[in-house]
Design a protein around this ligand. Structure first.
Ligand SMILES: [Mg+2]
Ligand SMILES: [Zn+2]
Length: 180
């Protein structure tokens, strides 16, 4: 069954971003994230993490460190009854010209193929303009959140007519049409 997805940035969107998050000891969920993921699941959305991890390409940390962070993130989410359907990362340097570093859409398309996702009914949510401009290439919609680096990217999002909201919980409330 083809499902819509919410493509979620990780650092600064799901978890606080200390800069090159590479230790499970530094994983701290942003308020409201677990509840938002539960609501999306109940509404039938796949929750898919798409994350640029150039720290790997820079040699700052290893794929095994990334994996350890993901395990801890999943553990914290599960403790709150939440989950995701998958996580896809780009390990490359920004100038590598790869097809997977956001705003490129290689990872989103890989996820869509593996998880049978309806891209036109999907959304991209993140704290950087590159997270949300990826949506245009997919025929999806997007929301910028003001957690993480969001304030630095707010003006650019506004110029592009992209919605800007406080955090993931607010973005999900907007997407599910339950403003209150
Ligand atoms: Mg981010
Ligand atoms: Zn890449």
């Amino acid at each position: 069954m083809t499902r819509p997805a919410i493509f979620l940035d990780r650092d600064g969107t799901l978890v606080h971003d200390p800069g090159y998050l590479a230790s499970p000891h530094h994983v701290r969920l942003i308020d409201g994230v677990a509840a938002a993921l539960v609501e999306l699941d109940a509404a039938g959305f796949a929750r898919v993490i798409i994350t640029n991890q150039s720290g790997i390409g820079r040699g700052k940390f290893a794929v095994s460190d990334y994996d350890a962070v993901q395990v801890e993130l999943a553990r914290q989410l599960a403790a709150a009854g939440a989950s995701t359907d998958g996580a896809f990362f780009c390990p490359h340097l920004p100038d590598a010209g790869c097809a997977c570093r956001k705003p490129a859409t290689g990872l989103h398309r890989e996820a869509a193929a593996r998880l049978d996702l309806d891209l036109a009914a999907s959304w991209c949510i993140g704290d950087r303009i590159s997270d949300v401009t990826a949506a245009a290439g997919l025929g999806a919609r997007s929301v910028l959140v003001l957690t993480g680096e969001g304030k630095k990217h707010e003006e650019a999002a506004g110029r592009l007519g992209i919605s800007v909201v406080a955090d993931l919980g607010t973005a999900v409330a907007m997407i599910l049409g339950s403003w209150n």
